[in-house]
Design a protein around this ligand. Structure first.
Ligand SMILES: Cc1cc2nc3c(=O)[nH]c(=O)nc-3n(C[C@H](O)[C@H](O)[C@H](O)COP(=O)(O)OP(=O)(O)OC[C@H]3O[C@@H](n4cnc5c(N)ncnc54)[C@H](O)[C@@H]3O)c2cc1C
Length: 398
């Protein structure tokens, strides 16, 4: 039987940052990370927008607001320390309709309350900065950047292993139980016992909590985010990231124009219900995953509350013309011929029984384990402070 002092389940950026932090705090401990896939960072961590969020959007006082702001700095420091590339390109949040101006002002107040540098700029100034973008006003967030989180996560794994940690890929945790002494896991590679465990299972967070005998009052509902790569455009199409003003009726940030590390641009992501938790193609369907979604009362309550936006997102998913219309509001020169499909991602979003999309990061604790239950965007940016928070809760502050 394999044994470890500390075991982490999930080789995404949250699990890897946690493994590194636990190892830093307890250098003599045997720390083991289990990942079901053949490599780390294959799910949310390797399929996102690659934005280092500054922390403009999040409710003041929330974990998201604090961990995002600190995480943006920690991500840059990690990249600097290990020679990884990132770009401080900044972001413009552009209003294209007068109805968005008060919402933009509210975002300005929120960013200020969060201690994030933010500046209001006029339409003329926005046009001067980004001649290819239409805007009637904009917010400038200089502290936003881009990075490849899969590269960051793989570097974390490399350091963790070099410092004596173990990453076991191809091992799926199936079940587990706690005893007075610790944890016993049933895995696809046999049983494992450990003193303490941290579950960072992303799209499977609720299943892992249930498999450990907990009764979580939320379910992970998977939302696919579809992107297009932009073709036929000059390298200076935009110099900054371009985001719409988010619609308060919609939980996600809206389709944005993103510069990519290594060159080029994407637009996306939209947000449509996925019929499979790790289903990246529109036709992917898992009867078990779909039954879990449809069987959760909170899903139906969420649908009732968000029926209009849900139909709009679905329509734009099946019709590239409708998708393009969202982008043309701020980038009018782009046409259908400029969009080529790009790899999609699936967000793990925890939904409460009452249909509320759980907004903040959420953790659940038992005697010897801690579960990361809700770590949607900006959790890639925030992974390092999340890891520190987990270590404080698991081992005591220090
Ligand atoms: C479309 C999209 C765009 C996004 N854009 C951004 C952005 O620009 N900036 C930002 O900060 N955040 C962004 N995010 C959010 C960010 O990617 C995630 O919050 C972050 O990657 C979560 O990391 P994680 O480690 O929790 O999850 P994951 O990366 O999903 O990792 C979980 C891991 O657990 C493993 N696992 C699950 N179950 C088991 C099991 N039973 N046994 C063993 N292993 C298991 C999985 O295989 C997986 O590797 C975006 C997300 C999406 C989907």
């Amino acid at each position: 039987m394999k044994t470890a002092d500390l075991v982490i389940i999930g080789g995404g950026i949250v699990g890897l940052a946690t493994a590194l932090e636990l190892q830093r705090r307890q250098p003599k401990a045997r720390v083991l990370l289990l990942e079901k896939e053949p490599a780390v960072a294959l799910h949310q961590t390797g399929r996102n927008s690659g934005v280092i969020h500054a922390g403009v959007y999040y409710a003041p006082g929330s974990l998201k607001a604090r961990f995002c702001r600190d995480g943006a700095a920690a991500t840059r420091a990690f990249c600097d320390a290990h020679g990884l590339p990132y770009e401080d390109c900044g972001k413009l949040i552009v209003a294209t309709d007068p109805a968005e101006l008060p919402r933009m002002e509210a975002l300005f107040q929120r960013a200020t309350a969060n201690g994030i540098p933010i500046e209001s700029i006029s339409a003329t100034e926005a046009r001067r900065w980004e001649p290819n973008i239409a805007a009637i006003g904009a917010l400038w967030s200089p502290a936003t950047g881009i990075v490849d989180y899969a590269v960051v996560a793989r570097k974390m794994a490399e350091i963790f292993i070099a410092q004596g940690g173990t990453v076991e890929t191809g091992t799926c945790v199936i079940a587990g139980r706690e005893s007075a002494q610790g944890i016993r896991l049933t895995t696809s590679s046999g049983p494992i016992t450990a003193g303490k465990a941290v579950f960072c299972a992303g799209l499977h967070a609720d299943r892992m909590a249930k498999a450990m005998g907990l009764a979580p009052d939320f379910r992970i509902i998977p939302f696919r985010g579809e992107y297009f790569r932009i073709l036929n455009q000059p390298a200076d199409l935009v110099r900054r990231l371009i985001y719409p003003v988010p619609d308060p009726e919609r939980p996600f940030l809206g389709v944005h124009l993103t510069r990519k590390m290594g060159g080029g641009f994407t637009v996306g992501p939209n947000a449509v219900l996925a019929m499979k938790r790790e289903g990246y193609a529109r036709s992917d369907l898992s009867p078990g995953d779909l039954a879990a979604t449809l069987g959760w009362p909170g899903f139906w309550r969420m649908l009732v509350r968000n029926a209009g936006p849900a139909v709009g997102e679905l329509a734009a998913s099946v019709s590239t013309r409708l998708y393009l219309k969202k982008v043309q509001r701020y980038a009018p020169q782009l046409t259908r011929a400029d969009l080529a499909p790009y790899r999609a991602g699936v967000r793990a979003q925890a939904v409460a029984r009452d249909g509320r999309l759980i907004d903040d990061f959420l953790f659940l604790e038992s005697r010897h384990a801690l579960h990361v239950c809700n770590a949607p965007s900006p959790a890639a940016t925030a992974a390092i402070p999340i890891a520190s928070h987990i270590a404080d809760r698991l081992l005591g502050a220090g």
